[in-house]
Design a protein around this ligand. Structure first.
Ligand SMILES: [Zn+2]
Length: 179
């Protein structure tokens, strides 16, 4: 069996700037017709953040889409690769942890909103949205939801820790070239 030891870490930092307002959902939301509370996810101190797990999933599905390798379930949800052998699986981990062959390379940290002297609520807006029937893809009559969103132009601090496990680990090159 090949010996695997941690050789080092590469930290990749960046900023995510919102080009449009977005709702960042956290807890499973209940569908509330005409309700006012579909809040964006916040930590216990009311700081607004994008969960690392959501970012990791998003980066992964974008890379898989680029490769044309992505498959979808019946409802159109993207299904991550599960082979455990391809570069995407090596970087992100296979979808099913039973297929794991090597330690997962990346840790995606929670990305926190940059406040720049403002209060978190100054970055929030409420936008009424039609409720969409997810199965039929049509709007629900009279179903207006008030959605809390983070405004366009907001910036989030982004950090990925990339663990290097082998000399000349090519997986990192691939990741940096493509991200
Ligand atoms: Zn795979």
């Amino acid at each position: 069996m090949e010996e695997i030891t941690l050789k080092g870490k590469v930290i990749i930092n960046g900023v995510i700037k919102l080009e449009s307002g977005i709702h960042i959902g956290g807890v499973k939301e209940t569908l509330k017709i005409g309700g006012t509370d579909n809040p964006v996810i916040k930590d216990k101190n009311d700081n607004i953040f994008i969960p690392g797990s959501s970012l990791k999933g998003k980066i992964r599905s974008l890379l898989e889409k680029k490769d044309g390798k992505i498959s979808y379930d019946k409802r159109g949800n993207a299904l991550p690769c599960n082979c455990g052998k391809c570069e995407i699986c090596k970087i992100f981990g296979p979808h099913d942890s039973k297929n794991i062959q090597e330690p997962v390379r990346i840790i995606v940290r929670d990305a926190y909103l940059e406040l720049n002297g403002k209060k978190p609520y100054e970055y929030l807006e409420i936008k009424p949205e039609n409720t969409i029937d997810r199965v039929k893809g049509t709007t629900v009559k009279g179903g207006i939801r008030n959605i809390e969103r983070v405004v366009a132009g907001s910036k989030f601090k982004f950090e990925v820790v990339f663990n290097i496990y082998k000399d000349g680990d090519k997986v990192l090159d691939t990741f940096q070239k493509r991200i």
